[in-house]
Design a protein around this ligand. Structure first.
Ligand SMILES: Nc1ncnc2c1ncn2[C@@H]1O[C@H](COP(=O)(O)OP(=O)(O)OP(=O)(O)O)[C@@H](O)[C@H]1O
Ligand SMILES: [Mg+2]
Length: 310
């Protein structure tokens, strides 16, 4: 079983509007409310792959309960840790082909809750063979919080796929206990290194050889419509993907993380891991819904991906 961690989940509300009129009333007919947060996207894709998965993170208040109920309805196992704060809402207004988002910051985790969750995760680790950690840290947690979780996983020799950015990622890279896989996109990688990274093979090879990444088995840089570039130990791979019709690429990275984690837990080879990851990213991009993949198109896309050692 795979454990997914979403430390700052949300109830995502989508408001489709013909036009958004500022400083006036906008009435919405079709509202959709889903359990959101990057780790929950990963969870949904894993469950569509029929991969046994357990979701955890912090939830609180009525909206926290709504998340638990939504996962129950989808037959997804979960073991969230209850906090005093209230789980947040994130609102996306879809209008005139644009998307305007209003994102609440979410609750603050207090010191007892932070400690309690570490124990909670340690118990969950007795039941799982891999962990996927996604998204930003909620307020109140120290920047090395993911590092603490990774240390627990390492003690049990459980591989970790980490998808976060900025200071939370930097804190992990600077400490002793490393994740097995990180999956920055190109802008997250540029932000991390404080320079604009070019997408050509030589630039990416040079960048990924940076000592900052020492000790991390896999670095997979996702490149949106351009596929991916990866380093596995001392090997480098360029992943080329076919052109596809894209409906909504939001969450493609999360789907990629689902594919990586599934391949890790099933001990798949490098080629299969990279193809699975990119296939799921593409399948997500072909759907309107975030964190949804149509698995019946899986094999067709998988067969069109080329993984070249460079
Ligand atoms: N426009 C696209 N066309 C084809 N494939 C895509 C497209 N966007 C994403 N993908 C696929 O999904 C993978 C991950 O996408 P991307 O690099 O956009 O991740 P991301 O920026 O982390 O996304 P997010 O954080 O929104 O989940 C890509 O490596 C690719 O395989
Ligand atoms: Mg991403």
């Amino acid at each position: 079983m795979i454990l997914t961690l979403t430390l700052n989940p949300s109830v995502d509300i989508s408001y489709p509007l013909e036009t958004l009129t500022l400083d006036d009333v906008n009435r919405v007919e079709e509202v959709s409310k889903t359990a959101g947060g990057k780790g929950l996207n990963v969870t949904r894709v894993l469950s569509q792959l029929k991969e046994p998965v357990l979701a955890s993170g912090f939830i609180g208040g009525e909206l926290g309960q709504l998340i638990a109920r939504k996962l129950d309805d989808a037959d997804v196992y979960h073991a969230f840790y209850n906090i005093k704060g209230e789980t947040r809402n994130c609102i996306a207004i879809l209008h005139e082909g644009q998307q305007t988002e209003i994102l609440e910051q979410g609750p603050t985790i207090d010191a007892d809750e932070a400690r309690g969750f570490i124990h909670h995760v340690d118990e969950l680790l007795t039941k799982v063979q891999a962990v996927a950690i996604s998204g930003s840290l909620p307020k109140g947690l120290s920047q090395d919080y993911y590092a603490q979780i990774i240390q627990l996983c390492q003690q049990r020799q459980i591989p970790v796929v980490l998808d976060c950015s900025g200071s939370a990622l930097l804190a992990v890279l600077k400490q002793q206990y490393k994740p097995t896989v990180i999956k920055p996109n190109i802008s997250e990688l540029s932000q991390l290194l404080g320079q604009q990274i070019q997408e050509d093979i030589e630039s990416l090879k040079t960048v990924l050889a940076n000592p900052l990444f020492d000790g991390i088995e896999w670095i997979i840089v996702s490149l949106g419509a351009n596929g991916a570039f990866a380093k596995h130990n001392e090997q480098y791979y360029r992943v080329s993907i076919p052109k596809i019709n894209v409906l909504n690429p939001v969450g493609s990275g999360d789907s990629t993380v689902a594919g990586i984690t599934s391949a890790v837990v099933n001990h798949e080879n490098d080629q299969t891991l990279l193809k699975k990851a990119n296939t799921l990213g593409m399948l997500n991009a072909q759907e309107a819904q975030t964190g949804y993949v149509n698995v019946s198109n899986y094999q067709n896309l998988f067969n069109q991906i080329e993984v070249l050692e460079v």
